[in-house]
Design a protein around this ligand. Structure first.
Ligand code: HSE
Length: 430
């Protein structure tokens, strides 16, 4: 009998309780042993009672899991850094295996957690921490382990993907769609971690660390959110054959250097990720043997996330049955350089307002040219007034060269405003 202690009766916790109950027989047969939810701990026991859990299994004291020698696996679903970190560390010290969905914790305290798991020879699984129900961590660690991974590009945040999809379909502003998403319960009351890109930043830090075998923390990830995207940018993107997505990008160059960034991007409409809409998530991976693959599905929600948590529980259960725990431990055995975003070469979209007069275009092109920025596409629209809107797509340029050009342009009297600058991504799929 594999005995499980659950910490947290929130959305994901309730999904785990439901799934373990609904598919109990199949889960036990697949695992090779019986499984029991032995103890459930939460500060708010009424939440747990509402799930129909027997009173004798409930407790508001974590020690009732920690010091129960019969409990093999602790499932942490309370989220946040503390007290989750302390609970997990103590559980590992007691020789218990741990499953968590806590991306904040892995992205910030990954090293400490893996060191503790290794020291006590316990399993530490966290499939649900990235992209909810989509299997990506285990596939990277196992099924794709024969590859040198070149890139991982994800749509890892459902809230922002929903907002950008709706802006694109309906032509509404970011503010209007955000308000609508909050009213429908798709966006949090405080949506800043989602819309500013931090949530996706944590997730890509985790995926980059696994894909490239080198620790990438959330502080190493360049992060930019979607609040500056306007219906105008979406319209020009469409005219030029692109969609705008909040992408989480991790790449490894031939020399082993790593880049990790989250930002809105122009993505060619032919790219597989361009078809990922609404609250859906997807992860596109390129490996030297497998080529390009994409995992698609629900990145959040009660049962999709519980699906990943229960998958982890089953795998740990199998390890217990076959006495093979600690088989897959920390895979960050290298220390690769992480490039600053200013060192990267990318194509850019630039939307600017300029005076509509002879010689203006030549003056602007001259500034770009003298800063090593080569232009690929130039589009001009006029609204009959003194000013014109200029849309530029550059060839691949170093970000610092682009920033130098923009700094000069901002000071020129022929330039009204630099309205937006957005990177292009996925151009090798065109
Ligand atoms: N808030 C996230 C999203 C889900 O919008 O995708 C949890 O990581």
């Amino acid at each position: 009998m594999i005995k499980v202690g659950l910490l947290g009766c929130g959305t994901v916790g309730s999904g785990v309780v439901e799934l373990l109950d609904k598919n109990l027989e199949t889960i036990s047969r697949r695992m090779g042993d019986l499984i029991e939810l032995t103890r459930v701990v939460d500060q708010d026991l009424d939440k747990c009672r509402a799930l129909g859990i027997e009173e004798s299994k409930l407790s508001s004291n974590f020690d009732d899991i920690l010091y129960d020698d019969e409990i093999d696996i602790v499932v942490e679903l309370i989220g946040g850094i503390e007290p989750a970190l302390t609970f997990i560390m103590k559980a590992m010290e007691q020789g218990k295996h741990v499953v968590t969905a806590n991306k904040d914790l892995i992205a910030e305290k990954g090293k400490e957690l893996f060191d503790m798991a290794q020291a006590h020879k316990v399993d530490f699984y966290f499939e649900a921490s990235v992209a909810g129900g989509i299997p990506i961590i285990y596939p990277l660690k196992q099924s794709l382990a024969g590859n040198r991974i070149q890139e991982v590009i994800g749509i890892l945040n459902g809230t922002t993907n929903y907002i950008l999809s709706k802006m694109s379909e309906e032509g509404h502003s970011f503010e209007d769609v955000l308000r609508e998403a909050q009213e429908l319960g798709y966006a949090e009351a405080d949506p800043s971690a989602d819309i500013d890109g931090l949530d996706a930043g944590r997730k890509i830090a985790i995926l980059a660390s696994i894909a490239f075998n080198s620790r990438v923390t959330v502080d190493d990830v360049y992060v930019e959110g979607i609040s500056k995207i306007t219906p105008s940018d979406i319209k020009f993107a469409r005219e030029l054959g692109f969609v705008i997505k909040l992408l989480a990008v991790a790449k490894q160059a031939e020399d082993g250097s790593i880049q990790a960034r989250v930002h809105p991007a122009f993505l060619p409409y032919k790219h597989p990720l361009a078809a990922v809409n609404d609250v859906y998530n997807a992860v596109f991976v390129r490996g030297d043997a497998v080529g390009e693959i994409m995992h698609y599905g629900r990145g959040a929600g009660k049962l999709p996330t519980a699906s990943s948590v229960v998958g982890d529980i089953i795998d740990i259960g199998r390890n217990i049955v076959y006495k093979a725990n600690s088989r897959i431990s920390c895979t960050c055995y290298e220390d690769k350089p992480i490039l600053d975003v200013s060192q990267l070469k990318t194509q850019f979209y630039i939307r600017m307002t300029v005076k509509d007069r002879p010689g203006v275009l030549a003056g602007i092109a001259g500034v770009f040219g003298s800063n090593n920025v080569s232009l690929a596409t130039v589009l001009q629209t006029t609204h009959g007034g003194e000013m014109a809107e200029l849309i530029l797509i550059t060839h691949q340029v170093e970000e610092r060269d682009l920033n130098d050009s923009l700094a000069v342009l901002k000071g020129m009297h022929i330039v009204g405003n630099i309205d937006n600058v957005i990177r292009l991504e996925g151009m090798d799929i065109m």
